[in-house]
Design a protein around this ligand. Structure first.
Ligand code: AMP
Length: 214
């Protein structure tokens, strides 16, 4: 499957992506994860993105398109991909369309996770993330067995810099100003599938019937 996951921060894009990748071996590509890895490693890309990310703003379209052009050409993308957090602007969506045309590829679907603002704010302020492997926890519903330590890899479980109340409110504003218009963009392209409060298995079922796959 070649799918774009659309939805505000905290909508559950990463969680849904895991279910879908297990189904057909497609890869999850999260531009946020790629950038966080670059920041942690102190690379040139990381240095360029760090302050912008911390404030909850978007890094430049050029920077993101450079990353994605390289990533989508890698071999593991042949089995399909779920784009998590990309595109985030109309300009990125237009550039992606041109890039895929050049590569002779076509998207199957843009999946919108439509979710109420209050639920998102609650989720993001209680979310914790392993700084090493990216495993997601929640202080209320899924705390790590030992506080602050990842069950999976033993890394430090922390609150992301951009999950303070101020940064969250900015990220939601940035989403509604710059990313929400993509819903209409993909509706016009005939690719939109919108779901509300569905879990990964339900979404997988919907996708299977929409895309007529087994
Ligand atoms: P995420 O984990 O997807 O919420 O991304 C974390 C941060 O990385 C965002 O708040 C942006 O600063 C940056 N970022 C991730 N993806 C993009 C993108 N497609 N365009 C611009 N900035 C991005």
């Amino acid at each position: 499957m070649k799918i774009i996951l659309l939805g505000p921060p905290g909508a559950g894009k990463g969680t849904i992506a895991k279910v879908l990748t297990q189904f057909d071996g497609s890869v999850q590509i999260s531009t946020g994860d790629i950038l966080r890895t670059a920041v942690a490693a102190g690379t040139e890309l990381g240095k360029q993105a760090e302050a912008t990310m911390k404030a909850g703003d978007l890094v430049t379209d050029d920077l993101i398109m450079g990353i994605m052009e390289e990533r989508l050409k890698q071999d593991d993308c042949k089995a399909g991909y779920l784009l998590d957090g990309f595109p985030r602007t109309i300009s990125q969506a237009q550039s992606l369309k041109l890039l895929l045309e050049k590569m002779g590829e076509k998207l199957d679907c843009a999946l919108e996770l439509d979710i109420a603002r209050e639920i998102i704010i609650d989720r993001l302020t209680t979310r914790r993330t392993c700084s090493q492997c990216g495993e997601i926890y929640n202080v209320k519903f899924k705390p790590p067995k030992v506080e602050g330590i990842c069950d999976v890899c033993g890394g430090n479980v922390v609150q992301r810099d951009d999950e303070t109340a101020e940064a969250i409110s900015n990220r939601l504003q940035v989403y509604s100003d710059q990313t929400a218009p993509l819903v209409d963009f993909y509706r016009d392209e005939g690719l939109l599938l919108s779901v509300q409060n569905s879990d990964g298995e339900e979404i997988l079922g919907l996708l299977k019937s929409k895309l007529a796959i087994g």
